[in-house]
Design a protein around this ligand. Structure first.
Ligand SMILES: Nc1ncnc2c1ncn2[C@@H]1O[C@H](COP(=O)(O)OP(=O)(O)OP(=O)(O)O)[C@@H](O)[C@H]1O
Ligand SMILES: [Mg+2]
Length: 144
């Protein structure tokens, strides 16, 4: 059976950029065989951040999340490859770095002691529909 060639949206968050982890993180995706087909350095505006994380509005961590994600530059990128959405989520690891297994980005690069669940290094689209929405938001819409 042929696998779909998909695209996904990944963002290296401000904590990882501050800690000089951009190269190491991108290497993981290249070594997994995915193609980097677009990339930019971007400091999210409050408007773009609130659109990106709209599903979390009203949750207890929402204000911290917006403050963090707008706190400095991020690296926004598009990756392409077979089954890339699901495979990239696996490479990224669990949301809470404490629970992220070793071998995953969040597991291997987490700060010890852990600062917060919010500062978890990286974002990746969790489904085909969020990938489409996020690709549009970051690469086809000029909100930044
Ligand atoms: N319980 C929590 N406490 C603090 N921050 C949280 C918590 N849950 C989620 N977050 C923050 O909000 C982001 C979005 O949460 P979500 O549930 O979508 O996790 P995710 O899909 O693994 O992460 P992302 O969407 O950034 O790829 C998390 O990556 C993290 O930065
Ligand atoms: Mg998510």
């Amino acid at each position: 059976m042929m696998m779909d060639v998909d695209k996904t949206f990944v963002m290296i968050k401000p904590d990882a950029v501050r800690r000089n982890l951009i190269g190491k993180i991108i290497t993981r995706f290249e070594e997994a065989g995915f193609k980097l087909i677009n990339l930019k350095l971007i400091t999210l505006s409050r408007e773009l951040a609130s659109k990106h994380y709209a599903e979390h509005k009203g949750k207890p961590f929402y204000n911290d999340l917006l403050a963090f994600i707008t706190s400095g530059p991020s690296i926004a990128m598009l990756l392409q490859g077979e089954d890339v959405i699901k495979k990239v989520r696996k490479i990224v690891g669990a949301t809470n770095p404490e629970e992220a297994q070793s071998g995953t980005i969040r597991g291997d690069f987490k700060e010890i002691p852990l600062k917060s669940v919010t500062e978890n290094l990286i974002h990746a689209s969790d489904s085909e529909s969020s990938a489409k929405r996020e690709i549009y938001l970051f690469f086809e819409n000029n909100l930044e």
